[in-house]
Design a protein around this ligand. Structure first.
Ligand SMILES: Cc1cc2nc3c(=O)[nH]c(=O)nc-3n(C[C@H](O)[C@H](O)[C@H](O)COP(=O)(O)OP(=O)(O)OC[C@H]3O[C@@H](n4cnc5c(N)ncnc54)[C@H](O)[C@@H]3O)c2cc1C
Length: 509
């Protein structure tokens, strides 16, 4: 065992999309900053950020029904959809900046235009969808969305889904052409290539095993070289814990008060992948349905065209599953090891409150392929078993914590940063909306952890992200500019009003 000590400004733990985004932001804003990255696997973007481990949806709330809720007074609450859309626009602007300045070469390598469709069946669901559409179309963020319950129109929008439909249940959908498919794995790899060119030291096959704050405020990390077995010691002024599902373990090791009373509950994902090119060609959209009763929001079923390795693919899912691992490459002891005296009550309350989720997961885990095919046939009525195979996707670790609104052990479905009071360490927990909002989340981290730099950095951030600090919804001119700029730079579809859109919503671009 030998100790080789390095001291840097920043250490990023994990080489996923979050560390990649933070690293690039820091290098753009402060090129001289010294950054070390430690990743236990042998290349970047191999866990949840990998293209086969997530659904690749550019979450902009254009099709995900769980971002809108009907309130008891009958009105439609679209506030979450607005937030998610505004956050996606931040990512789109930053990626455009990287393309414009040549830091990313070909946008097609990581982002493609793809219609986003929400589809429902049954009178009650159609009433919900129409009400949701009426609320969203009034908002300039969702210009271009269309609603239809006309089978002929629906056949044009989603021929594979409408073909051979025998049931007489009415069906309706909304469609918007400005949706995207994002290859977060490719993006992560491209960003890490860039970081290496900018003199960031990226160490693969290095696992961070422990971390503690020193008297002078810096952090000391014990890092194991998995090739040689050696344990090295590295220090930094600031640490980002971007370990995906494993972040919770590292956060607990930091010992910061903010790490207490937080637990994690792993939910794994499985997709059915279509092997038949003829079937793949009949679909060109991301079609999101409604979650089943008792299902967690991330298990909303969807049938997605994907662009992976320059090939068009078709995936259906995710089916939820359960394993106690916090990463796909994690350990079966992960869940047990995350239970500590300070969070045991939180975890137990979380378990007791979420019996229906546990029940749902058990039922999902024991499903046979044929049962999964039956769920797929609700989308593709004549799907043949031989055309589809099951692939295991990534792990999501949902945060369980005590909240004022939900009480002890409340299960969270969002993405959240846990930051020490002195701003020297921050961990990212949760995975939804996830990678799509990485830029927004990392900008939030910069504001929390580098407040002394904000005044200096802000003009440059605004140059990279013109909507920074502003609501696009309330600045229609800026919104039109952002839509046009990102569509042109990233080769996406331009925002166009739907045929029936009210005159005053027509963008002048
Ligand atoms: C089934 C599924 C579907 C999803 N669909 C979408 C989607 O459609 N759209 C979307 O925007 N988001 C989606 N997400 C969420 C998205 O994938 C994640 O939010 C995002 O990839 C998380 O990135 P990350 O960098 O935090 O973590 P990861 O990509 O998981 O990276 C963490 C890295 O840290 C490393 N690491 C962990 N511990 C250590 C350690 N001790 N030392 C060194 N390295 C360590 C790991 O090896 C890993 O490489 C989905 C997730 C899942 C699981």
């Amino acid at each position: 065992m030998s100790n080789r000590e390095t001291d840097t400004d920043v250490i990023l733990i994990g080489a996923g999309i979050m560390s990649a985004t933070l690293g690039i932001l820091l290098k753009e804003l402060s090129p001289d900053m010294k950054i070390n990255v430690f990743e236990k696997l042998s290349s970047p973007g191999e866990e949840s950020s990998n293209e086969w481990n997530n659904a690749g949806t550019g979450h902009a709330a254009l099709c995900e029904l769980n971002y809108t809720k009907e309130k008891p007074d009958g009105t439609m609450d679209i506030s979450k959809a607005i937030d998610v859309n505004e956050q996606f626009q931040v990512s789109a602007q930053f990626w455009s900046h990287l393309v414009k300045t040549g830091l990313l070469k070909n946008p097609e390598d990581f982002i493609r235009p793809l219609p986003h469709i929400s589809m429902v069946q049954g009178e009650d669901n159609i009433r919900f969808l129409k009400k949701r559409f009426d609320a969203m179309i009034e908002n300039p963020l969702f210009t271009g969305m269309e609603f239809s319950d006309d089978p002929e129109v629906l056949k044009e929008w989603m021929p594979l889904i409408m073909a051979n439909r025998q049931d007489n249940e009415p069906i309706a959908a909304t469609k918007i052409d400005t949706g995207t498919d994002v290859n977060f794995g490719a993006l992560t790899r491209m960003l890490f290539d860039r970081l290496v060119k900018e003199d960031v030291n990226v160490h693969y096959r290095h696992a961070v095993q422990d971390l503690k704050q020193m008297k002078d405020g810096r952090w000391l990390l014990k890092v194991k070289n998995l090739e040689t077995g050696k344990l090295d010691v590295h220090t930094a002024k600031f640490v980002f814990i971007g370990g995906g599902g494993a972040s919770i373990h590292l956060l607990q090791k930091s010992g910061i008060p903010e790490s207490k009373h937080i637990g994690g509950f792993p939910v794994s994902g499985l997709f059915m992948v279509c092997k038949n090119p003829e079937v793949i060609e009949q679909h060109h959209a991301k079609v999101y349905g409604k979650a089943k009763v008792g299902a967690p929001p991330m298990s909303v079923p969807h049938l997605d065209t994907r662009f992976i390795d320059d090939k068009k693919s078709l995936l259906f899912g995710p089916f939820a599953g359960f394993t106690p691992k916090f990463l796909k490459t994690g350990s079966y002891m992960d869940l047990v090891a995350s239970v500590k005296p300070n969070n045991v009550l939180t975890m137990l309350s979380g378990g007791a409150k979420n019996l229906s989720l546990t029940q749902y997961l058990i039922q999902q885990v024991i499903q046979s392929k044929e049962q999964r095919m039956e769920e797929l046939r609700e989308f593709v009525p004549n799907a043949k078993s031989d055309d589809w195979e099951l692939v295991v996707a990534g792990q999501r670790v949902q945060v369980i914590k005590d909240t004022d609104a939900g009480g002890k052990g409340t299960l969270q479905f969002g993405t959240e940063l846990v930051t020490s009071a002195d701003g020297t360490i921050s961990a990212l927990l949760g995975a939804s909306p996830g990678a799509s909002t990485a830029v927004h989340v990392m900008l939030k981290l910069l504001a929390n952890c580098f407040p002394q730099e904000q005044e200096k950095w802000e003009p440059q951030i605004k140059e990279m992200i013109p909507s920074y600090g502003k609501s696009l919804m309330d600045n229609e001119e800026l919104l039109k500019h952002v839509h046009k700029y990102t569509a042109e730079t990233l080769d996406l579809n331009e925002v166009k009003p739907a045929d029936h859109a009210p005159e005053d919503l027509t963008p002048q671009i």
